[in-house]
Ligand binder design. Structure first.
Ligand SMILES: C[S@@+](CC[C@H](N)C(=O)[O-])C[C@H]1O[C@@H](n2cnc3c(N)ncnc32)[C@H](O)[C@@H]1O
Length: 311
């Protein structure tokens, strides 16, 4: 049953992705409840994440199911067994999501809407590319020409790559982690972006946003996709997106030109937008437009808003 479903999805989603110039896509997302997996294709390789089973599911039968699934996935998708990576996706706390899982050093390049991005399926819980945000990146690419772009909590800088390829004149990307700052710089270089115009800096975004903006810190387009929760020793205090988003959005809006646009996104499933923001700013939820075909069956994966100054 799983084999047939994967083959069917390869024909539909796989073909759709190829036509769109998308190399990496979600092929399967727990379509069948007995196989609670997310299966992502990364250009000839496959990244399988096992969702943590509910307590009611017997551990042994869950193990057997997983073994059964892993035996059929490579053949159904047409990849080699050694090109499949399987991880268990558990609810993460603190910074554990960003810690190293392995040390294979196996990076390879993938393609998305004319951009080249470096990924690694083995060494971290995430791959370097959040597939659910693809339409947001594409939107940024389509709307970045001539703009100054700010990417907060930039991770591997994929959204900045799209902005640069789309013609952003300058950009600043900030992340607390040196690993991701380096990765973002490499991603930009891979796409021929000039490092003097597209800067990536290691910074605690909470502290940076709380500081006074300098005259060269005004942006036409800002993307802010903070983690749900973060408490690294390198940052000032703790980040809890539900509690802190109002402050972060207000502070980010201070870095925006009067005509500018802030895109705010969160993966926190129980997120509720602070209603007072709607009185202060022109806010529009655009979540529906930010989910590609491969994520429509998991429409709660993220929520996304466009925030503008009220005129
Ligand atoms: C883009 S966010 C997470 C987005 C993703 N949608 C999710 O929920 O997993 C992840 C990035 O935030 C960075 N990060 C976490 N706290 C930070 C902080 N205070 N300042 C700057 N970067 C931070 C991490 O290093 C990581 O690269």
């Amino acid at each position: 049953m799983l084999r047939n479903r994967l083959k069917k999805n390869m024909k539909t989603v796989g073909q759709w992705a190829r036509k769109q110039g998308i190399g990496c896509y979600r092929l399967y997302d727990a379509d069948m409840p007995e196989f609670a997996l997310a299966i992502d294709v990364y250009e000839g390789r496959v990244h399988v994440q096992e969702y943590a089973a509910p307590k009611s599911v017997d551990e042994r039968s869950a193990r057997e199911r997983l073994a059964e699934a892993l035996a059929v996935i490579p053949d159904a998708i047409g990849v080699e067994r050694e090109d499949m990576v399987c991880k268990q996706r558990q609810r993460q706390t603190g910074t554990s999501q960003y810690e190293k899982q392995a040390a294979s050093g196996e990076f390879f390049n993938v393609h998305e809407h004319g951009c080249v991005l470096k990924v690694n399926l083995k060494d971290y819980l995430d791959t370097g590319l959040f597939l659910d945000h693809r339409p947001v990146r594409n939107w940024i690419q389509q709307n970045a020409a001539g703009k100054r772009f700010l990417n907060l909590f930039c991770y591997t800088g994929a959204a900045t790559v799209h902005a640069a390829v789309g013609g952003a004149t300058r950009s600043l990307s900030l992340d607390m982690s040196k690993t991701y700052v380096n990765w973002a710089q490499e991603n930009l270089a891979l796409n021929g972006a000039d490092a003097s115009h597209h800067r990536v800096e290691q910074a605690d975004c909470l502290a940076w946003l709380a500081g006074k903006p300098t005259s060269d810190q005004r942006f036409d387009l800002i993307f802010m996709d903070p983690p749900t929760f973060s408490n690294s020793a390198r940052m000032a205090g703790v980040l809890d997106i539900q509690k802190d988003h109002g402050r972060l959005i207000r502070q980010a809006m201070q870095r925006l030109t009067s005509e500018g646009l802030l895109i705010f996104s969160t993966n926190f499933r129980r997120f509720k937008l602070d209603e007072s923001l709607e009185e202060e700013f022109a806010i529009e939820e655009v979540t529906r437009d930010t989910l590609d075909r491969d994520f429509q069956r998991n429409a709660r994966i993220h929520r996304c808003w466009q925030v503008r100054t009220r005129i």
